[in-house]
Design a protein around this ligand. Structure first.
Ligand code: GLC
Length: 478
């Protein structure tokens, strides 16, 4: 592979990446990891391929350089993609553009998502052809790009056999599962290759990557264990078999962006040394949601996708009990229709205690992190979770269930030094008990609560250690 003096060439392949587009944690992490690597390791040549979505075309078009147009073949399809380039924070981004497939209102959620991301995965190789850039390592993320290691082992073994692959699982719940008869017609794989991707007689793209990648990572050490023993959404045995190449590396957060000292979205900037200013953010946040300005009511928030693995059902079980106390509740997020309706209705029937915004909105999210006292994250499973770390940065105390990355990042303050509240049993009762403990501390021991805020704000959630862990993983593959 590359000679000693050359920089190691890394090509990240991902379906969303900040600052261009993020619908959830993966996009945040893919962008922050590349920027952190660029900042800390000058021996890496970092590039990223991502689809060009309508959502950011206008904003960035003028900065993009057109590189050319390339044909991409997928089974019987021959599709033209335009390729653009843009440099950002030490990373070169390649955008693959076909408006029929990617110029839609949302990034995902279409009947032909399998075909769209199979095409995207194929387009990655067209980018290599066009640019002449042959990476040492391709780093793919989640099911949308799981076919990249599969195509590399099959279609491109002769030409690009020297490239090694890392596949990161951000969430095993979404595996990219399709009916068996899509194998050749949609995914362009032959019958003799079926064993690579078939699982329970379906095409399972995540399985394909687990089999074909040289290294598999997931986003926390605990999740790496859980998915081998009961938490693997059916792929446990497969992951045990491949555990020799599986590691858990905890995500960081972008501590420059998520910083109450400089965050331009919040009403009043503050630091661990002038915590009292957080109260102004609380006041403004209450006003924003039309809640009474009561400084001593504990303001509990949820900033989350409203999907089942986030434990939203537990919140619905305890909602009425919780609202009997001196608390206010704010929720920001989108997701399952039934949850959206439930919370919207709660806001209507409890105008003085509940505020709800069914949206994905980074600006309101910042205002909530800055203004709330506590944040609930009672996930059923959580590969890593970012919101609990962001909350800590803003001195908002996380109340989390011990699962995956939540247990790795949040330690219970009742066990000595800690940065939040942690419970284990997946039940409304356990959640309610823990909220009551937090409420007791908040109401009756103001100084202890302040100390807890300081511990939370001083927690180290930067990328330094994890970026180094990824860099050494890449080098191991050299
Ligand atoms: C997914 C996971 C979340 C993780 C994020 C980034 O959204 O559900 O736990 O933090 O990816 O890796």
């Amino acid at each position: 592979m590359s000679n000693e003096n050359e920089r190691l060439k890394i090509l990240s392949v991902v379906s969303e990446v900040v600052p261009f587009i993020a619908t959830g944690g993966m996009g945040q992490v893919a962008g922050a990891l590349s920027s952190a690597l660029a900042e800390t390791d000058s021996q890496l040549d970092l590039r990223t391929v991502v689809p060009l979505y309508e959502q950011f075309r206008c904003k960035y078009e003028s900065q993009m350089k057109f590189l050319g147009e390339v044909p991409v073949k997928l089974a019987w399809r021959g599709i033209m993609f335009k390729i653009y380039e843009l440099a950002h924070q030490g990373v070169i981004y390649y955008f693959v553009d076909n408006s029929h497939y990617f110029g839609r209102e949302n990034a995902y959620g279409y009947y032909d998502d399998g075909e769209r991301f199979a095409l995207f995965s194929k387009a990655v190789f067209a980018v290599l052809e066009l640019t002449g850039f042959v990476p040492d390592v391709i780093h793919a993320h989640d099911w949308q790009t799981a076919l990249v290691p599969v195509y590399l082992k099959t279609r491109y073994a002769d030409k690009y056999g020297s490239i090694r692959t890392v596949f990161t699982i951000h969430n095993l719940e979404y595996q990219g599962v399709y009916a068996r008869d899509t194998l050749t017609d949609v995914f362009d794989l032959y019958e003799e290759e079926a064993g690579l991707v078939l699982y329970n007689n379906d095409v399972n793209l995540m399985k394909g990557a687990i089999v074909c990648a040289d290294k598999i990572t997931t986003v926390s050490p605990s999740y790496a264990e859980e998915i081998k023993s009961g938490g693997g959404y059916g792929l446990d045995a497969m992951l045990r078999e491949n555990s020799y190449k599986l590691t858990g590396i905890i995500n960081g957060i972008d501590t420059k962006v998520n910083n109450p000292e400089t965050d331009p979205m919040i009403s009043m900037n503050y630091t661990v040394d002038n915590l009292e200013l957080k109260a102004i953010n609380k006041e403004k946040l209450q006003a924003l949601f039309g809640l009474p300005q009561s400084p001593r009511s504990m303001l509990i928030c949820v900033v989350s996708r409203l999907v089942s693995h986030k434990g939203i059902d537990l919140i619905t079980y305890i909602m009425d009990d919780m609202l009997k106390q001196d608390v206010q509740f704010l929720l920001l997020g989108t997701g399952d229709h039934e949850f959206q309706l439930y919370f919207e209705e709660k806001a209507v029937t409890n105008r003085d205690k509940v505020g709800v915004s069914i949206a994905y909105n980074p600006e309101i999210a910042s205002k909530i992190y800055a203004g709330a006292d506590a944040m609930l994250m009672p996930s059923r499973s959580e590969p890593c979770g970012l919101a609990q770390m962001i909350a800590c940065r803003y001195g908002t105390i996380p109340i989390v269930r011990k699962t995956g990355g939540l247990g790795d990042t949040i330690k219970d303050c009742r066990l000595g030094v800690g940065n939040g509240f942690v419970f284990e049993e997946y039940s409304g009762a356990a959640l309610m008990k823990t909220i009551n403990k937090a409420l007791d501390l908040y109401t009756n021991r103001e100084d202890d609560w302040k100390n807890l805020m300081r511990e939370a704000m001083n927690s180290d959630f930067g990328w330094d250690i994890s970026a180094k862990a990824y860099a050494s993983l890449y080098r191991e593959l050299k």
